[in-house]
Ligand binder design. Structure first.
Ligand code: ATP
Length: 340
């Protein structure tokens, strides 16, 4: 569906040349929700803008939904953009138009007749959950509602691909989750391919099937979200994964607890997919003379399975603790002895 081949983008500015995107290859499948994560300046915006021809690569080629967007111009590019829609962090709505009129706008431009237009707008309003707000102006809407208008407007041309440029970055956590749920719903119902850029691993964890991690213009790691959680390869990816599974306050709690437990061992267990359902702790208590205290645990569901961490404190005779740890190592889980 989307092919990015050896793409490079160099900007020339007064202070010299900046390589914003550096030899990137991506292959995004039809019907997939694909996330691109990176810190500020990594090149995400430049990359996503090359997917709809808002930026032209300096080298390489970009093909989206059968359109060679890196090569076409004018009316051909405008036509391609009907199949490659985009939503934005700051919504980009028309402030003097109502919800209905904002959503109708791309249909007006495309020359769709009023009756067909009204019908389509009604369908879209229902799809994004904005019933009752049809005649409101953007200034009368909450952030989440404004983004729902953005999504409805982007879907008006029945696109094959939806590009999301930090679409939830201006929203509070609860509204973010509601908009992410809507994107998953649209992806499933319409079979729409979604590409999003973000600096938040929560967004990737919650809705993406696969992820690419960007650093200094390069894609440094890519794969199914669950695999990246299970085994992040690069240091930057580890940091992003920790954003979700190990918040700062959890670290403090663990340190506090380590200080409290004078004997025994503290072990961090990592569960992925099916291993999250194994009765590992029950087996441990049954087979070894150890006591097990559960200190802290968290399960993070992703679109392709769950990932969880569990901190436990094992106490008893050292020999039994060692055997218990050996048993844990033999299971399909990751084991890290933090203390003891
Ligand atoms: N039009 C431009 N002219 C010159 N340099 C640019 C231009 N646009 C982006 N850059 C530079 O290219 C690099 C990548 O920027 P880009 O906006 O793509 O990164 P990003 O990951 O999206 O970051 P952010 O989230 O802060 O936008 C940065 O060093 C940026 O300063």
């Amino acid at each position: 569906m989307i092919n990015v081949n050896s793409v490079k983008k160099i900007y020339s500015s007064r202070s010299g040349k900046v390589t914003a995107v550096d030899h990137v290859d991506l292959n995004i499948h039809s019907g997939e929700i694909f996330g691109i994560i990176g810190y500020s300046g990594a090149g995400k915006s430049t990359l996503i803008r090359m997917l709809n021809g808002l930026e032209i690569p300096t080298e390489g080629s970009v093909s989206v939904a059968g359109h060679e967007v890196s090569k076409i111009k004018g009316s051909k590019l405008r036509k391609a953009r009907q199949e490659i829609s985009m939503i934005f962090q700051h919504f980009n709505l028309l402030w003097s138009r109502t919800v209905k009129e904002n959503i109708a706008f791309p249909l007006e431009i495309a020359g769709v007749k009023k009756t067909a237009r009204d019908k389509k707008v009604l369908e879209l309003i229902k799809l994004v959950g904005l019933e009752g707000r049809e005649d409101a102006y953007p200034s009368q809407l909450s952030g989440g509602q404004k983004q729902r208008v953005g999504i409805a407007r982007a879907l008006a041309s029945d696109p094959k691909v939806l590009l999301c440029d930090e679409a939830t970055s201006a929203l509070d956590p609860q509204t973010t989750d509601a908009i992410l749920d809507l994107l998953v719903d649209i992806n499933k119902r319409l079979g729409l391919t979604i590409v999003l850029i973000t600096h938040e691993m929560h967004v990737i964890r919650k809705i993406c099937h696969r992820v690419a991690v960007m650093e200094d213009g390069k894609v440094v790691e890519t794969g199914p979200v669950i695999d990246v959680f299970k085994q992040p390869k690069k240091e930057i990816t580890k940091r992003f994964v920790q954003q979700v599974i190990e918040p700062e306050d959890a670290k403090d709690t663990i340190e506090h607890l380590i200080a409290q437990y004078k004997t025994g061992s503290i072990v961090m267990l990592g569960f992925v997919g099916e291993s999250a359902e194994q009765p590992v702790i029950t087996n441990l208590i049954r087979a070894f003379s150890v006591s097990v205290n559960i200190i802290q645990g968290k399960i993070s569901p992703t679109q392709n399975g769950s990932y969880g961490t569990l901190y436990i404190h094992l106490d008893g005779e050292q020999e039994e603790i060692d055997k218990a740890i050996q048993y844990l190592h033999a299971q399909e889980i990751s084991v890290e002895v933090i203390e003891g």
